[in-house]
Write a protein that binds this ligand. Sequence first.
Ligand code: 13P
Length: 254
Amino acid sequence: MRKKIIAGNWKMNKNFEEGLALASEVVNMVKDEYQGGAHVVLIPPFTHIAAISKLISDTQNVSSGAQNCSNHASGAYTGEISTEMLKSIGATYVIIGHSERRQYFGEHNDWLAQKVNAVLGSGLNPIYCCGETLEERESNSHFSILETQIKDGLFHLDDNQMKQVVIAYEPVWAIGTGKTASTAQAQEVHAFIRGLISAKYGNELAAQITIQYGGSVKAENAAELFAAPDIDGALVGGAALQSRSFVDIIKAMP
Ligand code: 13P
């Protein structure tokens, strides 16, 4: 059985105090209300990670992560944060290649491949994001776009490295729009991605890779998405900013 992961990407929201309050509510509610098998990852802004990692340190099945990292190990890169810094404050996951980073900060697949290497080099797990724009879907080029994103960002990895990777399929047109991909659309892409991995790394390894869906996931649509055979969890944005809505999504995973 592959790992099921529900991650909350807070993006650039919540001040420090609000972030700690949210994390502590989520942890308490998960302890009280959730008996399922999903792993929960809280992904706040950099400034909150150390305190949140401490807060969750004795809670099983809850981890913390970062939304980005540098592709460099250390040095004169003003404003950047390295994977070793993240590791030293307790983060275990790092989102790489979120569509907002690709779109607004010019991150491209070559650079993202270096970031994936940095994350793995520090013994952390990348959550590698891929997804097509509305235009790409409407022109039916989404499969080739996704294939390029996956191959360029990940296919230089060896088997052991690949096993540490989590993939998040986030169609850009579904992010923050309230417009979720249908379960059939998401399942189709997840199966396609698993097929790419299988062709390169074999069936056994492909069957172990967690592929999350992201894009307007809510408690109302989570259970149906999670019932699809290749959807192994969610990368949640807006609905992760409130403990009740986030924990209700977690509870939709058996
Ligand atoms: P929303 O859940 O707000 O659509 O955001 C999804 C996302 O981008 C998570 O990384």
